[in-house]
Design a protein around this ligand. Structure first.
Ligand SMILES: C[S@@+](CC[C@H](N)C(=O)[O-])C[C@H]1O[C@@H](n2cnc3c(N)ncnc32)[C@H](O)[C@@H]1O
Length: 171
């Protein structure tokens, strides 16, 4: 009994430790997330307007979509592969009364159609950003704004928030 308890704690500790060093776009890295204050700055940088559609690729707990809907009256679509984060984001949306404004799709963003987006938000590692580029070029309508947090994309920058490492691009 005591050994089993010890084993459970050891596994939990190991998962907790690993979750801090795993890459940020891994479903096992819960500590890489966007704070609500940053989320608002993202919307300002992208100049999000009422009724526009924001897509968050790898939406985590959906703080940016929540800010976009609550403060800027936008519509949101989050695509998230990790069921736990899908559950958590839906929970937040319910609490904030935003279930009609923000939709969370449980799935792989490489397999979803992004053509309806006015703004795309990503907080993903450079390797994934590179892989997304051909999809962006193929699917996004002209003028779609993209904001990337922390990592630059191989696109021409339109604006930068150096303090928060936010990069704005357009297609
Ligand atoms: C660094 S976290 C950012 C979470 C959220 N966007 C934020 O800023 O707080 C990256 C997220 O992308 C998700 N993710 C990674 N690859 C994905 C994929 N192919 N399709 C959907 N979600 C993915 C991970 O599960 C994780 O929640």
């Amino acid at each position: 009994m005591i050994f089993n308890l010890f084993l459970i704690f050891a596994i939990l500790f190991l998962l907790f430790f690993l979750s801090m060093i795993w890459p940020p776009d891994s479903p096992w890295a819960p500590w890489w997330r966007t704070d609500s204050s940053v989320a608002e700055r993202i919307c300002r940088l992208a100049n999000v307007k009422r009724g526009e559609v924001i897509y968050e690729l790898g939406s985590g707990d959906a703080q940016t979509l929540i800010a976009a809907a609550k403060t800027f009256n936008a519509k949101g679509v989050g695509i998230e592969i990790d069921p736990l984060r899908v559950f958590i984001s839906k929970f937040f949306l319910r609490i904030k009364g935003l279930t009609k404004d923000v939709r969370i799709i449980r799935g792989n963003f490489f397999e979803e159609d992004l053509s309806k987006a006015d703004v795309i938000f990503v907080y993903l590692v450079p390797k994934t950003l590179d892989k997304l580029l051909p999809k962006f070029r193929k699917e996004l309508k002209k003028g779609t704004r993209i904001v990337s947090y922390r990592y630059k994309m191989k696109l021409k920058e339109v604006k930068v928030d150096k303090e928060l490492q936010l990069y704005l691009y357009t297609i």
